[in-house]
Write a protein that binds this ligand. Structure first.
Ligand SMILES: Cc1cc2nc3c(=O)[nH]c(=O)nc-3n(C[C@H](O)[C@H](O)[C@H](O)COP(=O)(O)OP(=O)(O)OC[C@H]3O[C@@H](n4cnc5c(N)ncnc54)[C@H](O)[C@@H]3O)c2cc1C
Length: 372
């Protein structure tokens, strides 16, 4: 049994780490967080350096880990300009791949994935955005909430209700996915400000007002949208686990640096049992999260996804990130709340929310275990 990654992936990890350490300067990360600014230059540099490559999922995964280890907000901003691309890779037509996916893969365009609505987050089948045919044309009406890349994306993969379900138990039927361009008549987006964390990412509320959608922009089969979203989550949850792992590792890096600084100034605090326990517990939990995440990724990248392991990896890594950032910040006292450690604490929270909250991951795990 070999638990190590191939050398070429470890080389990407090292390259990603060097890139993030050099480019994610204190000034840049502070400014992006304080002013809620998307770091577009970093996105372009990361693309040109080859880190944004959905065709190399292991490379993306370790890059996400290393980028978030240096700064989760800027790291995520740099690596998700092609958010939702896997849906087109899996279910898109040749036309959609050429028109929408290719420019994203070339770093020329940005995409978004729009499912959540003000009254429907975890309850994906509860969405109320409508897609219906009128005079032979598809019309989209409704809106989406908390959409990443919301003010910067050129197009979005949108989930909408295209038919009423046969019964309340079958609410996940009758949902379809459509590609909506931000230039289409009737589209508008409003930036959401004042978020707790991930302030470098662009998050927006989208409105669809009688948008005409051409037939060729309907993704895959009509009525299969719920399944497309769920299979996308099986992929994106692994990336969130990598984000969480990197965030936890960033906290561990800061704890080690803080303990070394305490030692060098002769403070006895570094030798307190509580310090040693915090260090060893955090490091152990990170390694456990890494194993779970790599197991989930290994299965997925061999096209044998295991939703139970995936949800375990996402739920566990997120809880490790939230715990590590909180514990390290508290241990560092004033140095914890007056340095970038507090940003790591704020940025960690999202890993327990997006792509399925921790409660939803636990429901997936328990339901599937009982079915087995
Ligand atoms: C910064 C940011 C970026 C985002 N980006 C995107 C994006 O790009 N695209 C997109 O579609 N969405 C996006 N989201 C939305 C995100 O996926 C949702 O916030 C998330 O799915 C939770 O939905 P909700 O906020 O409506 O909470 P709710 O679903 O209302 O949940 C509220 C609470 O109730 C709990 N809960 C809900 N249902 C159950 C249940 N059955 N059993 C037990 N507990 C339950 C939840 O765990 C949570 O604690 C983003 C959110 C944020 C904050």
């Amino acid at each position: 049994m070999d638990f190590s990654l191939p050398k070429e992936i470890e080389d990407i990890r090292k390259k990603a780490r060097d890139f993030a350490v050099k480019e994610f300067t204190q000034e840049l990360t502070l400014t992006c967080d304080a002013t809620e600014t998307y770091p577009d230059d970093i996105r372009k540099k990361a693309y040109n350096a080859g880190f944004i490559d959905v065709g190399n999922p292991w490379g993306m995964l370790v890059s996400m880990e290393e980028f978030c280890r240096v700064d989760p907000g800027v790291g995520m901003s740099a690596l998700v300009p092609g958010f939702g691309s896997e849906v087109i890779m899996l279910y898109g037509s040749d036309y959609q791949k050429k028109k929408y996916l290719e420019p994203v893969l070339k770093g020329e365009k940005i995409s978004g994935f729009a499912v959540t609505e003000p009254i429907a987050g975890s309850d994906v089948a509860g969405i109320s955005t409508k897609l219906y045919k009128k005079d032979g044309k598809w019309i989209l009406n409704g809106g989406k909430m908390f959409i990443t890349n919301g003010t910067i994306a050129n197009h979005f993969y949108v989930l909408a209700r295209s038919a009423e379900p046969d019964s309340p138990e079958k609410r996940h039927h009758g949902l379809s996915m459509a590609i909506v361009e931000s230039e289409m008549k009737g589209f508008s987006s409003t930036k959401i400000t004042g978020k707790l964390g991930m302030r470098a990412t662009s998050t927006a509320e989208l409105k669809f007002d009688n948008i005409e959608i051409p037939q060729e922009n309907i993704i895959g089969e009509e009525g299969k949208g719920f399944y497309y979203v769920m299979s996308f989550f099986n992929i994106s949850r692994i990336y969130v686990a990598a984000q969480a792992l990197g965030t936890a590792e960033g906290a561990l890096d800061r704890l080690k640096a803080y303990l070394a600084a305490l030692k060098s100034r002769g403070s006895p605090m570094a030798d307190y049992e509580s310090a040693q326990f915090l260090l060893s517990e955090t490091a152990t939990e990170i390694e456990a999260a890494r194993m779970l995440m790599y197991m989930a990724a290994d299965k997925l990248f061999k096209f044998e996804p295991d939703p139970v392991i995936t949800s375990m990896a996402k739920y566990y890594s997120a809880s490790v990130a939230a715990k590590a950032t909180r514990s390290v910040m508290l241990f560092m006292g004033l140095d914890g709340i007056a340095t970038d450690m507090e940003r790591f604490y704020r940025d960690s929270k999202i890993t327990e929310i997006w792509e399925g909250t921790s409660e939803i991951e636990k429901l997936v795990i328990s339901r599937m275990l009982m079915k087995k």
